[in-house]
Design a protein around this ligand. Structure first.
Ligand code: PBG
Length: 324
């Protein structure tokens, strides 16, 4: 039946009608707030490239986690900025490292906040790569797996509710799963950054985490933005290795990938609305070029509509306030 029997506008006539037939739900329950935690300070330090986002001392991270929790956001994702970096990224698996200390502090005062820890070396290596670099300058996959597994174990020991490997080494989900299991952490879920693309949209994050590679780039481990079949393969492999959640990152330029990964895996899918996506909206809003609130809620709804069960976003706190 076509027009005039069918009139699509009938169900758009009022807010109540539109709400009744809305297909996609966006609530704070689906959001994850990333936090940057820094050692050796008691301050909040604004990140110039990400207006509204600060680097936090451990006590400020606890405060921020409480605020986020009060808004109905279930989880925070912790990134650490250590006080010192070295070739091996040893700060990543230090039991007294920044993420481990922050995890303990948050879980102690807020046991109901889900703490997810980023597992990667780039914030901890002096060269800024996500793994151990060989003499020839290449990142050594298999040597890196050991370091990543040690990192995940020390985070689980600190009380992490989930670990999230973002390094893109082959086999790291399996390595984390078997070593976590062997150490008694068989109940710690793995949120795998399965399809992480070599993206220009990570720029502001690298300023925040001081993790810009000192030489080269990440294209020998992160994915080519042109590839979607490969993203599906990555996700299926991670599920086979034991991933509990698979992630696509960035989000907005890759919504087709979110959809395909969801359909292929049927496991919980997360999408990471990354720093550059955040900063673009903030810049346009600051210039009076778009309505920040409407743009953010539309973007996050779009990511959910594409198939993401969980959305990691720096807008989480604002969005939760707007959704109240
Ligand atoms: C790497 C990592 C990156 C992000 C999260 N984890 C960046 C990178 O590959 O340089 C980016 C997140 C963002 O841009 O918001 N451990």
């Amino acid at each position: 039946m076509a027009f005039p029997a069918t009139r699509m506008r009938r169900l758009r006539r009022s807010g109540l009608l539109r709400g009744m037939v809305r297909e996609t739900e966006l609530t704070p329950a689906h959001l994850v707030q990333p936090l940057f935690v820094e050692l050796g300070t008691d301050q909040r330090t604004p990140i110039a490239a990400m207006p509204g986002v600060d680097r936090l001392s451990i006590s400020h991270a606890v405060e921020e986690a409480a605020a986020v929790h009060d808004l109905g956001i279930p989880a925070v994702l912790l990134f650490g900025i250590p006080s010192h970096k070295d070739e091996q990224g040893s700060g990543a698996y230090d039991d007294e490292g920044v993420v481990q200390l922050a995890t303990r502090a948050i879980k102690e005062s807020l046991p109901d906040v889900v703490v997810i820890c980023d597992v990667c070396l780039c914030e901890y290596t002096s060269h800024g790569h996500c793994g151990v670099v060989r003499e020839d300058g290449a990142v050594d996959n298999d040597v890196t797996l050991e370091v990543l597994a040690k990192t995940a174990i020390s985070q689980a020991a600190a009380g992490a509710d989930a670990v999230a490997p973002s390094d893109m080494m082959d086999g790291r989900v399996g390595a984390l799963r078997s070593q976590l299991d062997a150490e008694g952490y068989s109940e710690t879920p793995i949120v795998a950054y399965s399809a992480k693309f070599a993206s220009a949209f990570y720029g502001p994050f690298r300023e925040a985490a001081e993790s810009t590679p000192a030489f080269g780039d990440r294209r020998a481990y992160q994915m080519d933005p042109a590839n979607a079949d490969e993203a599906v393969r990555e996700a299926l492999l991670d599920v086979e290795e034991g991933a509990d959640v698979v992630m696509v990152k960035p989000a907005l330029p890759y919504l087709d990938v979110v959809r395909r990964v969801k359909e292929a895996t049927r496991v919980p899918v997360a999408a990471y609305n990354v720093s550059g996506e955040y900063s673009m909206v903030k810049a346009a809003a600051a210039a009076g070029q778009l309505d920040e609130r409407a743009a953010v809620l539309e973007a996050l709804t779009g990511i959910r509509r594409a198939g993401a069960d969980v959305v990691v976003t720096y807008h989480a706190r604002d969005a939760a306030e707007w959704l109240r």
